[in-house]
Design a protein around this ligand. Structure first.
Ligand SMILES: C=C(O[C@@H]1C=C(C(=O)O)C=C[C@H]1O)C(=O)O
Length: 383
């Protein structure tokens, strides 16, 4: 067969795959409706396990190996669960009418830009993206009504918590209404013709520098220029037109600015993933059929055992903690505000009781938001 002919057949097959994926998505939404009327949880891992085992067996008869089949269906099932969750929350393609205005760090091509697209594509027909130069400006954009939502990075597997964002959350009346994780693949990006052994200057956001610290330690005589965002770094490299100046950022983002990859996989951790939060002026309540997270901040005072007592309240109510972070309280040297993420719905009986008790024993407590958990752990099946 001729190359062009085979390629045509591949194209036709891919088109059929897309149609089948779209059909499967629609069916998953029909399942969500049935679950809503029967008051059933969205996720059913037993069903997922049965389905995966059946597909693996059937794949073997077609010379498709188990690993390949499992990987593909993890992605498909994750999408299906997230579509169903968005539907149940009443957010699917109509979060606030047809379009949403979203504030985020940088411009087109920054990591926050991709996270914004990923989160809101499911939820709105049109995203009006409002790029900002700082986290402070992002918060202000939503507070003043200039934007409906903000997307903010809160932690990263290589560099840990993003303190600036934690500190801003202490002083805003905005609520956390969503979360998402997004893989962050750092690359060195330069003008066409640039070479890795000739670079003299690197432009990058300070968070990116922190996440690639080990790679940067191996370089000598290179100036590092801090930028407001990865897209700001790309823009600077594009404007300077000097092949010895490069940026660090994501490949897809760099492409928008005509930059090419000179090196990849720069992050200290192999799995470099950022968690983003979505904030809005109005808090939401999360449907019971969806796994929820609640984030609150508390000041316990410094008496012996104060934090243990607070955490014991969670333990007594059977509430699991996903994260505990402490940050200084401005104006009160050496006193700390604790940030707590728990795997619970703020509207549940146990959580309401726990919050009431915490209210009594702490000096200050505030719920920053309750939101659907988008951390869909894949169902593993025996090999
Ligand atoms: C579609 C369903 O909902 C979820 C998604 C599944 C899927 O995409 O196959 C399977 C089980 C559930 O976790 C279902 O329950 O059938």
């Amino acid at each position: 067969m001729e190359l062009t002919e085979v390629r045509q057949q591949i194209q036709q097959t891919d088109q059929e795959l897309l149609q089948l994926l779209a059909k499967r998505r629609k069916l998953a939404l029909a399942v969500a409706e049935a679950k809503i009327s029967q008051n059933k949880p969205i996720r059913d891992q037993q069903r997922e396990e049965e389905l995966l085992l059946r597909l693996i067996e059937s794949g073997k008869t077609m010379e498709l190996d188990a690993h390949y089949v499992t990987r593909l269906f993890h992605v498909i099932i994750e999408d299906s669960v997230l579509q169903q969750q968005a539907k149940l929350q009443g957010e699917l393609r109509g979060m606030q009418g047809p379009s949403v205005k979203v504030a985020y760090l940088g411009g087109q091509g920054s990591y926050s830009y991709w996270a914004t697209q990923k989160y809101f594509t499911r939820r709105a027909e049109q995203i009006i993206d409002i790029g900002c130069d700082s986290f402070n400006e992002i918060i202000k954009a939503v507070e003043t009504g200039h934007a409906d939502y903000a997307v903010l990075p809160i932690e990263n597997t290589s560099s840990g918590s993003i303190n600036e964002v934690y500190d801003l959350l202490q002083h805003t009346r905005l609520s956390i209404v969503g979360e998402l994780t997004h893989p962050i693949d750092h690359c060195v990006l330069g003008l066409p013709g640039a070479a890795l052994n000739q670079i003299r200057q690197i432009c990058a956001h300070p968070q990116v520098i922190a996440q690639c610290s080990q790679f940067l330690l191996g370089l000598t005589n290179i100036k590092v220029e801090y930028c407001d965002s990865s897209s700001d770094a790309f823009q600077r490299v594009q404007q300077k037109q000097d092949p010895t100046i490069v940026a660090i950022g994501g490949e897809a983002g760099g492409k928008i600015y005509g930059l090419e990859v000179l090196a990849r996989d720069l992050a200290n951790q192999k799995d470099n993933v950022s968690r983003f939060i979505v904030v809005a002026r109005k808090a939401i309540s999360v449907a019971k059929a969806i796994p929820a997270k609640t984030t609150f901040i508390m000041f316990t005072g410094q008496q012996p055992g104060a934090l243990v007592d607070a955490l014991t309240v969670l333990k007594r109510h059977g509430i699991s903690m996903a994260k505990l972070e402490s940050r200084p309280i401005p104006g009160n040297p050496w006193e700390e505000m604790f940030y707590v993420d728990v795997l619970a719905n703020a509207g549940d009986y146990a959580m309401t009781r726990a919050l009431e008790e915490l209210n009594r024993i702490t000096k200050f407590i505030k719920v920053l938001g309750c939101y659907p958990s988008e951390d869909i752990q894949p169902t593993e099946v025996p090999a």
